[in-house]
Design a protein around this ligand. Structure first.
Ligand SMILES: *[C@@H]1O[C@H](CO)[C@@H](O)[C@H](O)[C@H]1NC(C)=O
Ligand SMILES: *[C@@H]1O[C@H](CO)[C@@H](O)[C@H](O)[C@H]1NC(C)=O
Length: 497
């Protein structure tokens, strides 16, 4: 009533500016909304918008950015606006003829062929990859020298960030040489592709460790580039410090006991068992608990690995699966007492009992440790020599060799692909700059310290390792371990007589 009789409130000429203002306003609201929506759907190398892997849960990630707006702009900035403007390095193909002068790869590279054996006949199809996806945390496509990632699940701590960083450094180290490739990666601890269950269709899945009962393909773990959450520096820096620390005491001055320090609360039966051997006189072992939260508060002074080489014997015990601690323990140059491992990482398969370490029985743990310590104290120069060869093995495993392993593994794997790797529409390019964009200050510090530079020479030559029969190696290894077991038994019997 009366509405129609009212005069028109505004003339069209007044309406226009308001309309423009209104539409600009709605446009920016829409844009903000769109941007926010875009950001909330963008999965990142830091773990934004990702759930933890369902097969290995961990607390959901928290992020430094305080507001939703800050997070959205960071995601947009790092994910979409960084790589296109990053300085592109000129990619030059290396002169392959130089490879003739390159040194041969270490023997354990022969495992690359064994790991890829399941696909030699069939090749790797996209159907293989789509099946493997069910077990993967992310998918990596290298295409024309650039790296693209599809993130499916978050990885614990900064594993994804450091692993992808490692791949980016490989591209820097061997520019133009890394082939196009498409691979599925799981970043959690335990292998998942059981050889029995997947016998009819082996699935190729990269992770940090495997077992002889699994198809999982081992790949160097993140800690080679550093592990900021435990203050472990990039591998070469850490090795240098440990080696220096190991020289603080001469062999005869080192404490003639076996030493272990770590976290026993990781659902590892062998670590629980190890706690029972904590008796210096009875079992000749010292077992110490590492409390990471406590160490972090104390600035990691107590956990410095370079200060942990003062014992003649250092025990290695697997954690929930393989443990990154193996390389640091062997680096000490003490006699490494390795409790028979279930899991293998890419390099540990090259270690040989009584050459680089002493094998300890997991079923007769404390007496086995005691036997090793007694043997070593009775044969100090032999014990020292094994320890030294262990340290030399780790010294040989320089980052150059780690990149070479990655290179050859990826190269051999790519030859098996039966399709052309192309980044999927959902994949995002990740470059060093975009990854650093997501890193917090501590992560950034570690990442920058592990930057690789283009290699002067070619990768180590792989063909030389071709002839090594992995099966023979495994058999010899088993026999050497059995010999130690027998001697242990004889000594226990002698004692009880
Ligand atoms: C693999 O699967 C088989 C058959 O289901 C099972 O018996 C075996 O224990 C599994 N192996 C491992 C290492 O989980
Ligand atoms: C092992 O024994 C030592 C000395 O008795 C003790 O200080 C240490 O706390 C023990 N370790 C563990 C894990 O209980």
């Amino acid at each position: 009533m009366g509405v129609s009789s009212r005069p028109h409130p505004r003339r069209p000429s007044n309406l226009l500016p308001s309309l423009v203002a209104l539409s600009l306003f709605s446009l920016s609201v829409l844009l903000l909304y769109k941007v926010d929506d875009y950001a909330s759907r963008t999965k990142t190398v830091a773990g934004h918008n990702l759930d933890p892997t369902p097969w290995h849960l961990f607390p959901p990630k928290t992020f430094d950015e305080e507001t939703r707006y800050a997070r959205a702009s960071k995601i947009i900035q790092c994910s979409y606006l960084t790589c296109p403007y990053a300085a592109t390095e000129s990619i030059q193909r290396r002169d392959q003829s130089r490879s003739r002068s390159a040194r041969a790869c270490p023997e354990f590279f022969a495992w690359i062929r064994r790991d890829l054996q399941p696909w030699v006949r069939t090749g790797i199809s996209s159907a293989h990859l789509m099946e493997a996806k069910r077990f993967a945390a992310f998918r990596v496509v290298i295409f024309e020298g650039k790296l693209y990632v599809d993130f499916y699940y978050a990885c614990v701590q900064s594993r994804a960030m450091f692993t992808i960083w490692g791949l980016l450094q490989l591209l820097r180290r061997y520019p133009g040489m890394v082939p196009d490739v498409d691979l599925m990666f799981d970043c959690m601890d335990k292998p998942s592709i059981n050889r029995t269950q997947h016998a009819s269709m082996p699935l190729p899945l990269f992770r940090y460790c495997t077992t002889p009962e699994h198809f999982d393909i081992p790949f160097p773990d993140w800690s080679f580039w550093g592990w900021p959450e435990t203050n472990l520096k990039p591998w070469e820096e850490e090795f240098r410090d440990i080696k220096k620390g190991s020289q603080a005491l001469s062999w005869s001055k080192k404490f003639p006991r076996a030493y272990w320090k770590g976290n026993p609360d990781v659902d590892s039966p062998v670590r629980t068992e190890l706690l029972k051997c904590n008796h210096s006189r009875r079992w000749k072992a010292q077992v110490m608990r590492q409390d990471w939260a406590e160490e972090a508060r104390a600035g990691y002074e107590q956990s410095k690995l370079s200060n942990q080489c003062n014992h003649r014997y250092k025990i290695y015990a697997e954690g929930y699966a393989w443990s990154v601690s193996l390389k640091y323990i062997i680096s000490c140059g003490s006699l490494a007492l390795i409790i028979s491992p279930k899991y293998e990482d890419f390099f540990s398969r090259g270690l040989f009992p009584l050459r680089n370490y002493w094998p300890i029985s997991s079923t007769n743990l404390c007496p086995s440790i005691k036997y090793a310590v007694n043997w070593g104290n009775a044969n100090p120069s032999e014990a020292e020599a094994i320890g030294k060869r262990g340290q030399d093995f780790m010294e040989d495993l320089s980052m150059d060799r780690v990149y070479d392993y990655m290179y050859h593994l990826i190269m051999e794997y790519s030859k098996l692909l039966r399709f052309k790797p192309i980044p999927s529409p959902s994949a995002r390019e990740v470059c060093a700059e975009s990854l650093l964009c997501f890193a917090n200050p501590k992560q950034r510090q570690f990442l920058e310290r592990s930057t690789a530079f283009a290699s002067e020479g070619a990768p180590c030559t792989f063909e030389a390792a071709h002839g090594i029969a992995v099966t023979n190696w495994v058999k010899q290894k088993e026999k050497a371990i059995q010999d130690v077991r027998k001697k242990e038994m004889l000594s226990t019997e002698a004692q009880s007589d």
